[in-house]
Structures are given as C-alpha cells and as structure tokens.
Design a protein around this ligand. Structure first.
Ligand SMILES: Nc1ncnc2c1ncn2[C@@H]1O[C@H](COP(=O)(O)OP(=O)(O)OP(=O)(O)O)[C@@H](O)[C@H]1O
Length: 576
C-alpha cells in the first residue's frame, strides 16, 4: 500500500476529482430512493399529481448529474491508474539500468520481466478498483446506513446483526488468499523463465530432439500455476454463496418485519420501498468493497515484489561526483587484484593479479576454460568490483571515476555478440550517436564488416531482427567490433571476440586494428593462439592466477601450459 500511496500522491488533483465524483454519485444514488418515497407517500397515495411531477423532475435532474459524476469518475480513475502503472514501469526500468550483474543474479531476469509486466498490471487492476469501488463503497455504505436508521430505526437492527457475519467472511478469505497470491506470482516467474529459456534455446532443443522433454517441463510449471490459481479463484468464489445467503435472509426478514410495521401503522409503503432500496445499496456496496478487500492481498504481493526491485541499492554506485577527466589516456594497471563472486567469497576466481598496459600495447589473456579471463576483464568497466587490490585507469582507481566517465573510456566487445533490434547503422551508432556516415563506413571497414554490409539489400539500413538473429555469428561479431571502434575508446577489451571469424578475416582485422589502436590499450581474451601470438604481452592464467607472461616465442620456451595450448593449435613449423 505504501508503494501505491507514493505514486497516488503525484496525482492529487485527479484524486480530488475522483473523490468529488464518487461523493456526488453516492449522494445522487441515495437521493433517488428518498424522492421515490416522497412521490409514493405524498403524491400517489394522496392523489397529488403536481407533487409527483415536481419530485419526478428532481429525479431526472439527479439522474443526469449522477451520470456526469460517473463519466468524471471513469476519466479521473483511468488517467490515474494508467499514469501510475506507466510511472512504476519506468521506475523499474531505470532501477534495473543501474543494476550490476550481482543484482541481476539476485532477482533473476525472468522475475524482473514478470515484475515489470504482470505485477505492475496487478497493481493497476487493484488501483482501478480502489479508486472506483474502494472510494465509493464506504461512502455509500455509511450514507445508506444513516438513511436506514433515519427511515426506520426499529428495522435497522436486522442489518446490524448481519454485518459482523459478513466481515468475518471477507477477513477469512483475505487472510487465506495472501500466501496463495505469493505462490501464484512466483509460479508466474517460473513460467516466464521456462518460456524464455525455451525460446532462446529453440535451436539447441530441436538439435537434441528434446521438444517433448521441454514440453513436459513447461506443462509442469504451467500446471503449478493453474493449481494455485484454481485454489485462489475457488476461495474468492466461496464468498459469493456466503453473501447471497446473508442478503436473502436480511431481505426476507425486512419484508416480513416491515409488513408487520405497516399493519401496525408504524411505517408507510413508500418508506418500506426506500428502506429496501437503502439496505440493498448498503449490502451491495459492502459486497463490492469486499471484492476490493479480497483483491488487496494479491496486489500487495505484487507491490511488494515491485518495491523489492525499487529498493535495491546497486552494489556499483554511479559515483556522480567522481573523476571525469584525466591527463593521460589508455594506461591500465592491475595491482594485486583478487576477486570472488558474491556468495562465494571463500574461493576467489581471480587471485593477486598484477600487470600493466600502456597506450599502443596489446595484452592478451589465454588459459583453460574457467581460468578467469572473462571475469578479469569485466572488472575494468566495473561490472563487478574487485574484492582486494585495485585497478587504475590513467592513474585513477576505477571506483573513483564517475561510472559513466569510466565506461566512456572503454570499448567493450563481449564474448557473445549482442545486437539490438534496428538497422545496422543504428547498432553501430550505439558506440557514438552522432557519428558521421564516414565514421560509420570507416569503422565497418576496419572491422571487416563493410563487404557483407554492402552486399545486403538495404546496406547500412538493413534491419536486424531481435538479437541480430538474421546475421551470422561472424557478422554479429564484426558489427559489435565496429560498434566499439566507432567510439574511438582509450581502452579496447575484446572478450574472445574473434572466435567466429575465419583465419583470413581475423588476420586482416588484427592488421587494421593495429593501426587504429596506436593510442589505445588493447586487451584481448582469446582461445586461439593465432589471434594473439603477435601481442606485446601474453598473460597465461590458470585458476585465476597469472602463471606466466611474456611474448609468444618466450612463452613457448618458458610456460608448459602455454606450450600445451599452442601445440594443440599450431603446426610443428609454427611452433619451431
Ligand atoms: N556470474 C558468476 N557467478 C559465479 N561464478 C561465476 C560467474 N561467472 C563465472 N563464474 C565462475 O568463475 C570462474 C571463471 O569464469 P570465467 O568466465 O571468467 O572463465 P574464462 O576463463 O573466461 O572461461 P572461458 O574461456 O570458458 O570463457 C569459473 O569457475 C566460473 O564458473
């Protein structure tokens, strides 16, 4: 509720309009039976036609005003709720933008999607009900009750007896539904995760003929969701028979006791009709309020899940007041860097690593899979922070930079080339929005992407499908390299970014890069010795520790691990 109130506060004027419309509507709804009673008792029973006409006109006027109130209510309510759900989604999105890998691991990508879509939707549905019924029904209920007591105090105790019973039903259902709602949203996360994995891994699933296995896995999580939903809906549905029994008993009692009172001369027919109308309003508004109340636990669970995302403090802070400018460019120094993944602090995956890289230098990292190469380079743009030691860029600790300024210095080419939906030029300009056509073409030329781009029907305006799925692996890699080149960064980080290129393209690309990166430091993670043999320094990693470093020729003689990797890839002549 705190979350909803925080957002509701931003729409005070619309809320006031909503409240006035609700209030007006209630007054009118309850005014109509009073006028009806007057028409019957003072007009029809007394045979006074002008009285009937007089009150009749008032009834029409009130009905029109009530209609205007309803329209105002729809306008204010829908504006508030759709704006709030938009604000919530924007805020989640902004929060997530500042998350480091650690926070993504904590919540999970699928759950973040559910929270932004379904949970926000649940909150919207509840707010819609709250603004309409949640405001209207208590006013209606209390006003109806006042009218009930005013019309016939002797009959009003019938309603009084029924109310505790009705409250008990609502409270019980609300209490029971909360854990079920929690479970339901968690199950929705599972469905989302399953679906996501299935869609992204469709080719692997087909290649391994595991469709039926995946289907049964999906059917299971889907069934879990269905079972919990069934329990929840059954619980909600149970309220209806309870209310219905109570309503009918109350009405029967009133008609019977009212008839006795009319016979005794204590009540007029018109008043009994108005009384029944009031009691109907009171009970009906109670039932509608009960619906809002029963929806609350569900919305509260969703609001809590949204709040959890909004309240997460990113472990990597933006450091808005940090360093933005440096005198030098392209200097890197790792000083005794140790790093352990969150939750795994006892076993660091990087241990006491120190090295330097200067502008114009190419430093390559090689080692068996899992030796920590990718982890090591991810520490530079602060995807994670070091556990011990420090990393200096141009003499400044990366943690002392304004985060944006630090990342502006770096051209990062990830292991898995990721492109965005849009044109090729749009994807390349991700590196520099205001890049000129010449710059785009030059970057594509250096990255060896130009030829294949020009062979596409729309060339630089060729449209890329989601994740660049209509490009080959090598084409994606070259585009993601071009995206970094266009940025002209001080530091290039290639995380195994040449793996999908053929040897010739790899060689041509490295040649062009050499000229392009004369004033930048270049870090390359590679599995292929051929891609790094010309590096100024090759660092051999094993279980997170530097076990050897030097040039290709030196390492062949001094490092057994390097020799073993090289001999598995190079010919005897190349090794000699
Ligand atoms: N997000 C993570 N959380 C926890 N442990 C991780 C995470 N990512 C990687 N690791 C672990 O850290 C170690 C180093 O992984 P890393 O990806 O850096 O190795 P790598 O040398 O780049 O491997 P490869 O050559 O296969 O890409 C591995 O043991 C891996 O299991």
């Amino acid at each position: 509720m705190k979350l909803m109130w925080r957002y509701l506060k931003n729409y005070k004027l619309l809320l006031l309009l909503n409240f006035l419309c609700v209030f007006g509507f209630v007054i009118i709804e309850l005014g109509l039976p009073t006028l009806l009673a007057l028409i019957i008792d003072e007009g029809i029973v007394m045979n006074e036609y002008p009285v009937v006409l007089y009150y009749g006109k008032w009834m029409i006027a009130l009905a029109v005003i009530g209609l205007i109130g309803l329209i105002g209510l729809a306008f204010a309510g829908s504006r508030i709720t759709s704006n709030i759900v938009r604000d919530i989604r924007n805020d989640i999105f902004m929060s997530v933008q500042s998350f480091s890998h650690r926070e993504f691991n904590q919540i999970g990508v699928s759950s973040l999607v559910t929270r932004t879509t379904n949970d926000a939707f649940q909150v919207m549905v509840f707010l819609q009900m709250l603004l309409r019924l949640g405001m209207m029904t208590p006013i209606m209920f209390i006003s109806s009750f006042v009218m009930i007591v005013r019309t016939s105090p002797s009959l009003s105790y019938v309603a009084l007896i029924a109310i505790p019973f009705l409250f008990a039903i609502v409270w019980l259902i609300g209490k029971k539904s909360e854990p079920l709602s929690e479970q339901q949203q968690a199950n929705l996360d599972d469905i989302n995760q399953n679906l996501r994995e299935n869609l992204t891994g469709l080719r692997v699933i087909r290649a391994f003929v595991k469709e039926s296995f995946q289907e049964s896995r999906f059917a299971k999580v889907n069934q879990n969701y269905a079972s919990v939903s069934k329990k929840l809906f059954k619980l909600m549905a149970l309220a209806m028979p309870g209310f219905s029994i109570a309503f009918n008993l109350i009405l029967a009692a009133i008609v019977w006791l009212g008839a006795v009172e009319i016979q005794n001369g204590g009540l007029q027919v018109g008043s009994l009709i108005a009384f029944i109308e009031y009691i109907f309003h009171a009970l009906f508004s109670f039932m509608l309020f009960a619906n809002v109340f029963m929806m609350y636990p569900r919305a509260a669970v969703s609001a809590e899940r949204i709040e959890e995302v909004l309240q997460i403090e990113p472990s990597i802070d933006e450091n808005e007041t940090g360093v933005t400018e440096t005198k030098t460019h392209g200097y890197i120094a790792f000083e005794n860097v140790t790093f352990a993944y969150p939750g795994n602090t006892e076993s660091p995956v990087i241990r006491d690593v120190s090295f330097t890289a200067d502008p114009g230098e190419t430093i390559a990292f090689i080692g068996s899979t899992g030796s920590g190469k990718s982890t090591l380079i991810q520490l530079i743009p602060r995807f994670y922070d070091v556990t011990k030691g420090r990393i200096l860029i141009d003499g400044v600790d990366v943690r002392d930079y304004q985060l944006r300024a630090l990342r502006k210095k770096i051209g990062f080419i990830p292991q898995k080339a990721l492109l965005f939906t849009g044109t090729i030029s749009h994807n390349m300009r991700f590196g520099k929005w205001n890049a000129t056509t010449n710059e785009v073409e030059e970057a594509s030329d250096i990255s060896q992407a130009k030829d294949f781009i020009l062979s596409k029907p729309d060339q630089y305006e060729e449209y890329l499908a989601e994740g660049g799925s209509n490009m080959s692996g090598g084409q994606k890699q070259r585009l993601s390299i071009a995206r970094a080149i266009i940025k002209k960064p001080d530091i290039y980080i290639f995380d195994d970014s040449f793996s999908a290129l053929d040897y010739q393209t790899d060689a041509r690309l490295r040649e062009r890069l050499k000229a392009e990166t004369k004033e930048s430091a270049v870090l390359i993670v590679a599995q292929r010795v051929g891609s790094i043999r010309h590096a100024d320094k090759i660092i051999v990693l094993d279980k997170g520790v530097i076990v050897a470093q030097g040039k290709h020729e030196e390492l062949l003689k001094t490092s057994d691990i390097y020799y073993a990797i090289a001999s598995s890839q190079l010919s005897k002549e190349e090794l000699a």
